[in-house]
Design a protein around this ligand. Structure first.
Ligand SMILES: *Cc1c(COP(=O)(O)O)cnc(C)c1O
Length: 361
């Protein structure tokens, strides 16, 4: 087989090798049909099976309660920044948002363009180094939901627990989707793009509490309505056939691994290896974020100087540890260790960090 590197990219990101190879093996001739799955009608038997199975696995693997539906919607998480307020904010209601970093801010920007939304907590003064506690979130009258970003992919912080507030939560889970157990009873809606923990880029997965769909705005273009996607089993129009197919395979891979509990424990362990390399470095490596809010998916760290950071990146590349550069908006380094990153990858990075410090301390 050809070379396989450890890819720490923040998204799109590494996927399970088994899944890639399986897809390769059946790409040209899908189950003896003489054609590829991506050449078939989405209304045919083969794709229908793939589609319905992926939806069922979504609910099974994430232990989603009966009274939620799963929706596959193209346009990525950004379209959800708009669809959430468009659907949920009926006249006289408002959306509360936490500004916790780049993605929280993105949801606020688009939320403001689509409805009456306000900022209920702002982490800007503290440079987005932590998430708020529930009692710091200031909710106003007529608030329909509180929107939070469960994991800030660029800043490297996560909500250690989902806040207890008096209104339902709407959660952008793009970068820690299906990597932790979650309290469904607190949620009205959860969304995230595929391309961090679930599959290739190309759509979002939305979980929505069925009962709220009676009360959403209906006077909109049909593709923008959650109730229509639900009524049509996410086949209102041509679905994202290939991403759905790949995601079904990733979900089976997750199930075979032992499911959510195993994945959650592995995430703590893998990120723990890298945080330990930081904490045991006597300040050579620095994590800029609050310890209690450290992300288990995106480990952000700095070196003593920008020159050393550059050197670190060059030598890491040579060691086949790829895409460790921090986001251009914050600099530094970032290791994204999503579900498909093997434990050996996290260990290899931790070892590399120790070696690099010894040679460049
Ligand atoms: C990547 C990301 C997004 C943007 O996702 P797109 O699918 O590219 O629109 C939004 N929120 C979070 C938390 C992300 O990590």
């Amino acid at each position: 087989m050809s070379k396989r590197v450890y890819n720490f990219c923040a998204g799109p990101c590494t996927l399970p090798l088994d899944v890639l190879e399986e897809a390769q093996a059946e790409f040209v001739d899908y189950q003896g049909s003489g054609m590829s799955l991506i050449e078939m009608s989405h209304r045919g038997k083969h794709y229908d099976e793939v589609h319905m199975e992926a939806m069922a696995l979504m609910k099974e693997v994430y232990r989603v309660p009966e009274d939620f539906s799963v929706l596959f919607i193209q346009g990525g998480a950004h379209l959800q920044f708009a669809m959430v307020p468009m659907n949920l904010l009926t006249p006289g209601t408002r959306g509360a948002y936490t500004n916790t970093g780049t993605w929280g801010k993105g949801a606020i920007t688009d939320g403001k363009a689509c409805g009456d939304v306000y900022v209920a907590w702002d982490g800007a003064d503290e440079n987005f180094t932590r998430m708020p506690n529930a009692d710091e979130i200031e909710l106003q009258d007529n608030t329909r939901y509180l929107h939070i970003t469960s994991n800030e992919t660029i800043g490297g912080i996560r909500f250690p627990a989902f806040p207890d507030v008096s209104v339902p939560l709407v959660v952008d889970m793009s970068s820690d989707y299906m990597s932790r157990t979650v309290p469904w009873e607190k949620f009205d809606l959860v969304y995230g793009g595929l391309q961090k923990n679930l599959g290739p880029a190309g759509m979002s997965v939305v979980f929505v509490r069925d009962s709220i769909l009676e009360n959403t705005n209906k006077d909109m273009a049909r593709y923008l309505r959650y109730d229509i996607h639900k009524d049509k089993d996410s086949m209102f129009n041509t679905p994202a056939v290939f991403p759905t197919y790949m995601t079904g395979k990733v979900l089976k891979w997750m199930k075979a691994k032992g499911g959510l509990d195993v994945i959650e424990a592995e995430a703590a362990q893998k990120s723990g290896l890298i945080y330990a390399a930081i904490d045991n470095s006597d300040g050579y490596y620095r994590s800029p974020v609050d310890v209690a809010c450290r992300s288990h998916m995106n480990v952000v760290f700095r070196l003593p100087s920008e020159e050393l950071e550059k050197k670190f990146l060059t030598e890491a590349d040579q060691a086949d540890l790829l895409n460790l550069k921090g986001h251009r908006s914050v600099g530094g380094l970032r290791a994204s260790i999503y579900n498909a990153m093997p434990q050996e990858g996290a260990q290899a990075l931790a070892d590399f960090m120790a070696d690099f410090m010894r040679s460049n301390g």
